[in-house]
Design a protein around this ligand. Structure first.
Ligand code: NAP
Ligand code: G4F
Length: 352
């Protein structure tokens, strides 16, 4: 007899009945990050009991998270510590897990490659194994945060009309390689143990919660300060790379939709457009009435990477067809939203 696999169709029927009567429970790793904040908002609004994994004996993001989400229960744990994951899963007893925790900065991953492998790669193994070993393989759904960085954008593997779920992978950084391990171990647990693990291959998504170490937020925050007269220039790395940028609020809705399906699967979420950093600069400066951004930008090799991903462009057709996933915010809207938010922050005297 072959392995007994859970029947996810019947589980879903059971679950939709369950959903209408009892709140579901979700555990979010990476809850202090950009996507963690957006998914916490979505899940709280959907009536979930939300738990968040928080790392470190002191985490400076804890107090603002608790102030924004008093309903969320935080559990101390770390993706590199399997016992802490078992404890978190036993405490939360989640119907859904959103695995958003990672060393997520590509440039940082070149300088901290082993840490990146441990958290971003092996951390996924630790999590799926903890779900399995605690006897939840047939009842906990897992979202794995895979990435467009797995494609690499090289000459022999250009995106054409857009990378999709069947495109070749050729990661170009320790981060991309670690994420590829996470992607495949997630799929392996789906295939080996019949677990409900869905991977979202997400292209860059940004917004008002984005960390200032990423190029979009670094630009919009600097633009707001330059407009206010409190900063002179922005120091950046390469300006020619192109990214497929969308709004994080739209993308976390897609994550949630993936876990409401009858069966686990992989989905690309992308805008279907690609723009260079120069185009982002142009729009961001135009928003504060500056037409020529060049006098305000300097370049420094310190922000350049040993290997670069030239171009990313995604094809979200499968997510649009199967999940009915739609985006509310386009590229111009994204840039304006971020600049306007940072102007308000700077005016209020807030520091990042
Ligand atoms: P982010 O803002 O950098 O957040 C990363 C989160 O991971 C933070 O909450 C951080 O917590 C947590 N973390 C770091 N090390 C950890 C560890 N050892 N154990 C547990 N948690 C740890 O990232 P994001 O933009 O929200 O992205 C969410 C996920 O999607 C990440 O996995 C990222 O790689 C992936 N992704 C992002 C994009 C994008 O464009 N944003 C695109 C594709 C995929 P601390 O507060 O403790 O540092
Ligand atoms: O904003 P970035 O650091 O994002 P990157 O490398 O595309 O990675 C982000 O998106 C991935 C999805 O494709 C995620 F998986 C990942 O976790 C992360 O969220 O850099 C974007 C581009 C790069 O080409 C970089 O070299 O901007 C270029 N860049 C130029 N100057 C800079 C800077 N990037 C940063 N962070 N800082 C600079 O000063």
């Amino acid at each position: 007899m072959g392995p007994v696999r859970p029947n996810w169709t019947s589980c879903t029927e059971h679950r939709s009945d369950y959903l209408t009567n009892t709140p579901s429970t979700a555990l979010v790793t990476g809850i202090t990050g950009q996507d963690g904040g957006h998914i916490a908002r979505l899940l709280v609004d959907e009536g979930y009991d939300v738990y968040g994994l928080i790392r470190g004996q002191y985490n400076p993001r804890r107090s603002s998270l608790e102030a924004e989400f008093p309903q969320v229960t935080l559990i101390e744990g770390d993706l590199t510590d399997p016992a802490s994951l078992v404890r978190a899963i036993e405490l939360a007893d989640p119907d859904e897990i959103y695995n958003l925790g990672a060393v997520s900065h590509v440039g940082f991953s070149f300088k901290n490659p082993t840490l990146t492998l441990d958290v971003t790669g092996k951390g996924v193994l630790n999590l799926v194994e903890a779900v399995r070993l605690t006897g939840r393989a047939d009842r906990t759904r897992i979202y794995q945060a895979s990435t467009s960085e797995m494609f690499g954008g090289l000459d022999y593997n250009r995106p054409g009309s857009g990378y999709n779920e069947d495109s070749l992978f050729h990661p170009r950084s320790p981060y991309g390689v670690a994420k590829l391990y996470g992607h495949w171990i997630a799929k392996n647990y789906r295939e080996s143990y019949g677990m409900f693990v869905s991977c979202g291959i997400l292209f860059n998504h940004e917004g008002e919660r984005r960390g200032v170490e990423f190029v979009t937020r670094k630009i919009t925050h600097a633009v707001a300060r330059i407009a206010a007269g409190t900063q002179d220039v922005i120091v950046l790395g390469d300006l020619w790379p192109k990214r497929d940028w969308g709004y994080a609020g739209d993308y976390v809705r897609g994550m949630w939709q993936m876990l409401q399906q009858d069966t686990p699967d992989d989905f690309v979420l992308a805008s279907g457009e690609t723009h260079s950093i120069e185009e982002f600069l142009q729009l961001a400066f135009a928003r504060v009435g500056i037409d020529d951004w060049r006098p305000y930008v300097r370049q420094d090799p310190a922000f350049m990477r040993p290997a670069e991903v030239d171009i990313l462009l995604g094809d979200p057709a499968k997510a649009e067809d199967v999940l009915a996933w739609r985006r509310d915010v386009d590229f111009d809207g994204l840039v304006n939203l971020m600049v306007d938010h940072d102007i308000a922050l700077v005016k209020a005297g807030a520091t990042l």
